[in-house]
Design a protein around this ligand. Structure first.
Ligand SMILES: NC(=O)c1ccc[n+]([C@@H]2O[C@H](COP(=O)([O-])OP(=O)(O)OC[C@H]3O[C@@H](n4cnc5c(N)ncnc54)[C@H](OP(=O)(O)O)[C@@H]3O)[C@@H](O)[C@H]2O)c1
Length: 242
């Protein structure tokens, strides 16, 4: 069997790195995308060493920038059809600079760019390169999409951006289903050991987040990676409608 190809945005850290490691361990060649090339390079070394094979291909890109996305896809194209595309890149945006309406508008646009437009640009640019039939498109949303939260300091824009991913993905299922491509959205609750909370993270913050869960523990990046491995599996056979 030829090596399968996966693309993981935000694959250099946190949940994305765990997904990249899991897919590499399952035999995929994995393109990891992110803005910080040194972070991607470290992830490549760590994962390749862990799985004992050269499986990770780092590609530096700011996914909010359409031209950079086009250039990144040019680098991915020679690797062959994409079996699994994981739109994982995202961030909780810092608070508006002040209480003014222009500052609020700027913060909302940054949040929508980072958590929604990144996924739309990457997916659209790779659409023709998804394997047909059999491609797997997975989007990492957040429990905030349904419950709000995580973006209180950016006036709910994080929750709104994540919620928008769901409606967009439903449209894609209709578009891509007939080609035998599945589309799934995962909306994790609190996941510890990632970079997303930055300076906001503290033992107290962690304890409050865990107390807010129904199972009394934080999710782990590996929990999310296991779900992605299932959703991305070729054994989860879906027959094309035509
Ligand atoms: N941790 C949680 O509790 C939690 C819960 C639910 C959902 N999520 C979601 O899970 C995903 C991964 O988050 P995480 O917790 O693992 O945080 P993380 O460690 O901060 O990972 C986010 C990744 O996205 C990349 N990224 C951000 N903006 C980008 C851009 N413009 N272009 C390219 N790459 C970009 C970052 O790399 P660079 O900075 O190098 O670009 C980073 O590797 C996010 O979508 C997040 O919203 C997280």
């Amino acid at each position: 069997m030829t090596e399968r190809l996966a693309v993981v945005s935000g694959g250099g850290t946190g949940i994305g790195k765990a997904i990249a490691r899991r897919l590499a361990g399952d035999g995929h060649r994995v393109v990891v995308l992110g803005r910080r090339t040194e972070v991607l390079e470290r992830a490549r070394e760590e994962i390749d060493e862990a799985v004992g094979a050269a499986r990770v291909v780092p590609v530096g890109v700011d996914l909010t920038d359409a031209r950079q996305v086009e250039a990144a896809v040019q680098r991915i194209a020679p690797l062959g059809p994409v079996d699994v595309l994981v739109n994982n890149a995202g961030a909780v945006i810092t608070a508006p600079a002040d209480d003014s309406l222009p500052a609020l508008a700027e913060a909302w646009r940054r949040d929508l760019d980072t958590n929604l437009v990144t996924a739309v640009l990457l997916t659209t640019a790779l659409l023709d390169r998804l394997r047909r039939p059999g491609g797997r498109l997975i989007v990492i949303s957040s429990a905030a999409a349904q419950r709000g939260g995580a973006g209180s300091h950016s006036a709910g824009s994080y929750a709104a951006a994540k919620a928008a991913l769901h409606g967009w993905a439903f449209g894609l299922t209709r578009q891509l289903g007939p080609d035998g491509i599945t589309v799934n959205v995962l909306a994790p609750g609190y996941v510890a050991d990632t970079e997303i909370f930055g300076d906001r993270w503290s033992e107290r913050f962690h304890a409050e987040k865990v107390a807010d869960t129904l199972v009394g523990r934080a999710g782990t990046p590996e929990d999310v990676a296991a779900a992605v491995a299932y959703l991305g599996s070729p054994r989860r056979a879906i027959s094309p409608a035509r």
